[in-house]
Design a protein around this ligand. Structure first.
Ligand code: ADP
Length: 593
């Protein structure tokens, strides 16, 4: 029996992760006990730490409970084998060859008395088959003890045992390979989960940083980089590398990476580049040589090249590298890496969309600023000549000897000029309240006082239209925080619209309230109302409804644009309810003083 199992802990039954492999090894061990007539048989496998671990025991429950899961250093086995008789695949060490001071307790020594015969089996005899793979590497052992007839095996029994040793050798290699494969799948899947989580972010910088460790560990890689391709003529794209040192690709290498990634994405394959891997036509010989020489320059033995993309579009590549001496890339890893290529591809697309939108917002803001400046300049330039026109009109009108027709013309010219003044004033105000460099300097403003003044101004037109104009204001001042002139314009624009867009005999109600610490100004009318589409566009400069009833009233489409900006710059909010043909309600919340 493998005697050298020093105090290996017994850790239950499960040793090999793959149940099929475990069963195969157990069957072989049982063959040795049942068919080759041994009391105990045990199969061990070599672990990465250089220890033999017992994974299958047949014949004796006592032996099983002691041996299974126990570990022996491989070196000790080598020491024993050196003294052994060569029985084909088997090695036999008779107990008398053991060093008397071998000292250590064997893991399991059968409690038997040797029979009285020259070929009697001794409890300390060792019969073991070291199991090698095709490369001559020790992968495990098959050991047996307690022959049923109490004798050391003869020719016939040895032949049978050799057959089992051969089977065990194959089974152990398969079992270890399957186990390694399962481990790879597990690690690659764990890496994918982490990468997926990382791709919820919009910055590729962060995604690369957060995925790095998982990728390196999950794929047993030494280094990695993500290369996103340039769009149009924007240069060489961007490389997010795992190392603090930048990965510097020459333009030639970038070109090779791009064309290889495109082709790999089309065929949904990864590409392995290593000096010992046959060229698989993913690269032409010159390209392959260029890549290999680059790899030698950065001390890398091989790389797994994964295309990144979304839909039909290839957007970049992921490269995982291994150093000399590392294992070769496997199919399992290639498949898992390709999945990650899809995850990262979508992330690149998201990041690009976000970047594009952000850029668009910046451009729109610039355009808006330009528009504001244009409006302000034009309005200013028109204002002075218009004042002069109005002054001269006034002078002409005061002349006594004017014919009736001339006087009529002058009056018409003055009305037109006054309307122009109104538009220009609105434009100037619009650009003022839209200028972020000219913020509100807030002071307490009594809104009920503001309202009184506005009502004074609109009362006449309301009376002319026989409107029922109701004002609901609490007693005493209602203090909002803001700019008095702007709040005056806000109320005036909303109330004059209500009066303007309410047909004769209708009613308009204005009210002020304090709700949850906000000052709320409400302007409700029973006028022509608006469609939902119109409401959605309110506040856009120069917007006027296409409703003929609205267009019949004079207007510029600037009033609500001014209101919207005043509300915004006061940190307030406005909601509008309107029902076409039945009326509208504008409700403005302003911070209270
Ligand atoms: P203007 O009244 O000078 O046209 P505004 O910016 O004040 O410009 O209003 C924009 C448009 O919104 C108006 O042309 C009108 O179609 C609609 N509107 C505004 N207020 C009301 C209201 N109280 N009732 C119905 N329509 C309104």
């Amino acid at each position: 029996m493998p005697r050298d199992t020093p105090a290996g802990p017994v850790r239950g039954r499960v040793r090999l992760s793959d149940a099929g492999s475990r069963d195969a090894l157990q069957l072989i061990a049982e063959g040795v006990t049942d068919v080759a007539h041994f009391g105990v048989a045990a199969i061990s496998v070599v672990r990465e730490d250089g220890k033999l671990e017992v994974v299958a025991v047949a014949g004796s429950d006592v032996a099983r409970s002691q041996l299974e899961g126990s570990r022996t250093p491989v070196d000790r086995l080598a020491g024993e084998i050196a003294k052994a008789d060569d029985w084909g695949l088997l090695r036999f060490v008779p107990h008398e060859r053991l060093e008397p001071d071998a000292g250590d307790e064997w893991g399991w020594v059968p409690d038997i008395e040797p029979i009285d015969a020259p070929d009697a089996w001794h409890p300390l005899d060792l019969l073991i088959a070291p199991l090698y793979d095709d490369n001559g590497v020790l992968r495990g052992t098959l050991a047996m003890d307690v022959p049923a007839d109490g004798r050391r095996p003869g020719e016939e029994q040895r032949a049978l045992l050799n057959m089992y040793a051969e089977q065990a050798g194959r089974a152990v290699v398969v079992a270890l390979e399957r186990e390694a494969l399962a481990e790879q799948v597990r690690m690659a899947q764990a890496a994918r989960r982490i990468v997926r989580r990382a791709t919820a972010q919009l910055s590729l910088e962060r995604i690369a940083a957060d995925s790095r460790d998982a990728l390196l560990e999950g794929f047993r890689a030494a280094g990695m980089w993500i290369h996103t391709f340039a769009r149009g003529a924007e240069g060489l794209g961007h490389i997010y590398s795992s190392n603090p040192t930048e990965v510097a690709l020459t333009p030639d290498l970038v070109k090779i990476a791009e064309s290889t990634a495109q082709a790999a994405w089309r065929s949904q394959q990864v590409v392995i580049v290593a000096s010992n891997v046959e060229d698989d036509e993913s690269l032409d010989p010159a390209e392959r040589a260029a890549v290999l020489s680059f790899l030698r320059g950065i001390d890398v033995e091989s790389l797994l090249f994964i295309p990144l993309g979304a839909g039909p579009e290839c957007l970049g590549n992921l490269v995982l590298t291994r150093l000399p001496g590392a294992p070769e890339w496997t199919e399992t890893e290639a498949a898992a890496a390709l999945d990650i290529g899809h995850d990262l591809g979508r992330a690149i697309l998201n990041a690009r969309t976000f970047e594009r939108e952000h850029q668009l917002v910046v451009e729109l803001q610039e355009l808006d600023t330009y528009k504001g400046q244009l409006i302000a300049t034009v309005a200013h330039e028109l204002k002075n000549p218009l004042s002069s026109v109005l002054g001269h009109l006034e002078m002409l009108e005061s002349a006594r000897d004017l014919a009736g027709t001339t006087r009529g013309s002058l009056a018409a010219m003055e009305r037109g000029a006054q309307r122009m003044v109104k538009v220009i004033d609105d434009l100037l105000l619009l650009s003022k309240v839209g200028d972020p460099d000219n913020p509100v300097i807030p002071t307490p403003v009594d809104l009920s006082h503001v309202l009184d003044e506005v009502i004074d101004l609109v009362e006449l037109s309301a009376q002319q239209k026989r409107l029922d104009l109701k004002v609901e204001v609490p007693d005493g001042p209602v203090l909002a925080l803001g700019d008095a002139d702007e709040l005056d314009r806000l109320c005036a624009n909303l109330i004059s619209n209500a009066v303007k867009y309410t047909p004769e005999g209708g009613s308009v109600t204005v009210a002020i309230d304090v709700v949850d610490g906000d000052v709320v100004f409400t302007c409700r009318d029973e006028g022509i109302g608006m469609s939902a589409e119109d409401v959605a566009r309110l506040g856009t400069e120069f917007f006027r409804s296409s409703n003929p009833l609205a267009l019949a009233q004079p207007g510029t489409g600037l009033g609500l644009a001014i209101v919207r900006r005043i509300v915004e710059r006061h940190g307030g909010s406005m909601d509008i309810e309107s029902d076409l043909g039945h009326g509208s309600t504008f409700r403005v919340h302003l911070p209270a003083a």
